[in-house]
Ligand binder design. Structure first.
Ligand SMILES: [Zn+2]
Length: 332
């Protein structure tokens, strides 16, 4: 996995720094989702482990360490990520929330790894992604290692939402912000990726090119079209729209609704829209029937909502409730 062009300057800066001093033992790479952070930290980890780097932290790609890293077998590398994909071996029902966490047991399992010397007498690297998936106990367990860093061990943390990490963890890491590409860089890159409607996909993805690529699926666009047609219908009917849409994943629908209301709020306060450039006329028609402050209030409620609801018990009721509330924005 190579790093994306919009991150090469910052990678060079870290490499230059590594030439004159030892890199910090703990680094937190942060930035919005879908911009290529994983490619970045993967290159960094490989570069730290490479035995014949072409320059500091730039892996050669051909030494034995690089081969092990590529095949996922480097003995001096550990990846901590949520256990979601792993199979529970006890008889208790699988707790979904637990499986989305990085557990304290996972962090404790590092203790042997960090306390014995490396297999290749080089560096050891622990990659934690996404770092905010660590629950409180896991973060506390990690803190000990960050406070008394074991020799020649690098902790690399990756996060879309670093504000969710305990301040004690953040303060012990060197924080490195990975920026999204500029609109021009993202558009140029998307054109080479061959997806249909690159501009609209990029807008829908909030400027994150990798998320835009994930949207390149006719079913996604058809479902979005149906939902937005329902929202902008002059005879808006919450219950019918809920009925038609309920088969879609709820987080996806809330996302559409949130972006729609965001664009409504922007337009009603005289700003340019962001997510739905293909729906400008419908959005303008809609705000003529709504009060700006009420749109803003609805949007804020949705954002709060989006943070707490991933798997509602009754998706239909939830969707009906949200769409009925949207309907209350429309003045008759
Ligand atoms: Zn190498």
């Amino acid at each position: 996995m190579t790093i994306y062009s919009w991150h090469s300057a910052i990678y060079r800066q870290i490499a230059q720094r590594a030439q004159v001093e030892r890199l910090p033992h703990a680094m937190l790479l942060k930035g919005p989702p879908g911009i290529g952070k994983r490619a970045f930290v993967s290159a960094l980890a490989k570069g730290l482990l490479c035995e014949k780097p072409v320059s500091p932290i730039t892996a050669c790609g051909s030494c034995v360490a690089c081969h092990w890293f590529d095949s996922g077998n480097h003995a001096d590398f550990r990846l901590l990520q949520p256990e979601a994909a792993e199979i529970s071996d006890d008889d208790e029902p699988v707790d979904k929330k637990k499986k989305r966490d990085i557990s304290v047991a996972q962090v404790r399992s590092l203790s042997d790894f960090v306390n014995i010397s490396s297999h290749r007498s080089g560096a050891k690297v622990v990659l934690i992604q996404p770092a905010e998936a660590m629950n409180v106990n896991a973060a506390n367990a990690l803190l000990k290692s960050l406070e008394e860093p074991p020799p020649a061990t690098f902790f690399v943390l990756v996060s879309d939402r670093p504000h969710l990490l305990p301040p004690t963890i953040r303060s012990r890491c060197q924080q490195i912000a990975l920026p999204p590409p500029s609109a021009q860089e993202a558009a140029a890159w998307l054109k080479t990726s061959g997806i249909s409607q690159p501009e609209l996909a990029l807008a829908q993805a909030g400027g994150s090119p990798l998320l835009a690529v994930e949207l390149d699926n006719p079913e996604y666009w058809a479902a979005r079209q149906q939902f937005l047609d329902g929202l902008s219908n002059r005879q808006f009917d919450a219950l019918t729209l809920a009925e038609r849409t309920v088969a879609q994943p709820i987080p996806q629908i809330i996302n559409w609704l949130q972006r729609w209301s965001y664009d409504l709020a922007r337009l009603s306060f005289g700003q340019s829209l962001r997510y739905n450039p293909d729906r400008k006329d419908a959005l303008i028609a809609a705000i003529k029937r709504m009060k700006p402050l009420e749109i803003l209030h609805f949007h804020r409620e949705l954002v709060r909502f989006q943070r707490i609801v991933n798997h509602p018990l009754n998706p239909r009721l939830l969707l009906e409730d949200l769409l009925l509330r949207y309907g209350q924005l429309i003045q008759h």
